[in-house]
Design a protein around this ligand. Structure first.
Ligand code: HEM
Ligand code: HEM
Length: 180
């Protein structure tokens, strides 16, 4: 089943909830790791894990319903580009929290949501994290870092496309996602 020309309230709310939180988490993630702001780590991880529930729901819903129909007639390459970008965005949103959880969990840092422990940490007497599986932890860490770069590029492209639709093509693409 394909979503028709009007977007449901759920589609709109999920798009902005997930999209804007992801942008914030990318900014916070880059800032906290660059400047080693350790106090931000548990907040970044907790929000990321809570968001994962919404991300999964959105992904399953999108796979079941299909993608929204474009608001107008576009050239073949535009349709293909927008499809590729939407797929990268939705897969990226899933890989972000999964790779983060693997990195922290397998790295021995444990997983908890605002103090609620889901996986115990594995610290030695001096407070150093002992990895449960260092190869897996490295894979999660690398993936999380690469995603940061890839998603900044793709999200920028996505925002530019939304602005092009609104200001140059003057169509309803952005208005529709704003519920108008
Ligand atoms: C200020 C930031 C953003 C703006 C202005 C924006 C705008 C839009 C617009 C206008 C559409 C509708 C496209 C169409 O009708 O074909 C859309 C769809 C979509 N956007 Fe965004 N977006 C933003 C951020 C994001 C972010 C950060 C993500 C994910 C990381 C994202 C993921 C998607 C996806 C997957 C779709 C396809 C429809 C859906 O599944 O909901 N967007 N966006
Ligand atoms: C949708 C959710 C998430 C987004 C968009 C996101 C984004 C980011 C980004 C862009 C960075 C900076 C990467 C770098 O250049 O080093 C980062 C760092 C980090 N994230 Fe996430 N993240 C998310 C969820 C999570 C989750 C759920 C966890 C763990 C449970 C997590 C754990 C971490 C850790 C530990 C770092 C610091 C890595 C380091 O110190 O090198 N993230 N995140």
């Amino acid at each position: 089943m394909s979503e028709n020309l009007t977007l449901t309230k759920t589609t709109i709310v999920l798009h902005w909830l997930v999209g804007l939180t992801i942008i914030t988490l990318i900014a916070v993630g880059l800032y906290m790791s660059e400047y080693e702001v350790w106090d931000l780590y548990p907040i970044h991880k907790s929000i990321g894990m809570i968001l994962f529930v919404f991300i999964l729901y959105r992904f399953i819903r999108r796979m079941k319903r299909g993608w929204p129909q474009p608001v107008g007639q576009y050239k073949g390459y535009e349709i293909i580009l927008s499809k590729v970008v939407h797929w990268v965005l939705i897969i990226g949103t899933i890989l972000f929290p999964i790779s983060g959880m693997i990195s922290s969990g397998a790295g021995g840092h444990g997983l908890s949501i605002f103090g609620l422990e889901l996986l115990a940490s594995n610290y030695d007497a001096s407070g150093e994290a002992i990895a449960l599986n260092s190869a897996l932890a490295d894979l999660g860490h690398e993936t999380h870092e690469i995603l940061g770069t890839v998603m900044i590029v793709v999200i920028s492209l996505h925002i530019l496309a939304a602005l092009k639709h609104h200001f140059i093509d003057k169509d309803n693409t952005l208005k529709r996602m704003l519920g108008k």
